[in-house]
Design a protein around this ligand. Sequence first.
Ligand SMILES: [Zn+2]
Length: 217
Amino acid sequence: MHCFPVYEFHDINAENFANIADFLKKSSINKKWNLMIIPFNEGVQPSVLKAFGERLLEWKREGHNLYLHGYRHKAEPILKRSLLGRLALRLTNCESEFAGLSKEDSKMLLTNALLEWQKLNVGEPQGFVPPAWYGSKMLFYLCKDLGFENYNSRFIVWNKDKGSRISVPFSTAGLPRFTIPIVNLCEKIYLKLYKIFNFLPMPRIVRHPMEGSKCPH
Ligand SMILES: [Zn+2]
């Protein structure tokens, strides 16, 4: 079965959602995006929170999917982590908030994230993606138990009905500036190859708010 490339827009929150509205409008004519929402909204004005929720609902009605993308997208320094988890924090500027956590702490963060999500009034999240894709098998099973229908790690896209599929994400987040054109070129070439050889791992086109104005292929 042929799978189309997946389009993911990461790190959308109450502060930046207005900036990406134009981009989504332009690029959503023939593409539906999985929108990765950071739900943490402490200190956000109630009117802004309301506008954020309304905008998300609008995007949902247009056919985009709303995914829960962590809790704060910033690691809580007091939580205990494995050695690999601490290394992941260094590599991701502390964004990989689920890296190396115990089951209890992972569950606590997920619960907090879902509580924040509910304040948005946009229905249930359609999937979960841990920040910087640093999760674990344990986190995947926790999400499955909580009823999430989709879960993505860096190289796997999972759906409740369709199962798992290997995937290659193309993202320039956190990369040195000089490598960005190289990644973009690889993305273009891979998309062309995938059209012919659709048995290849499914491409995932990833965008972040800072690069929102760059049009996807
Ligand atoms: Zn993220």
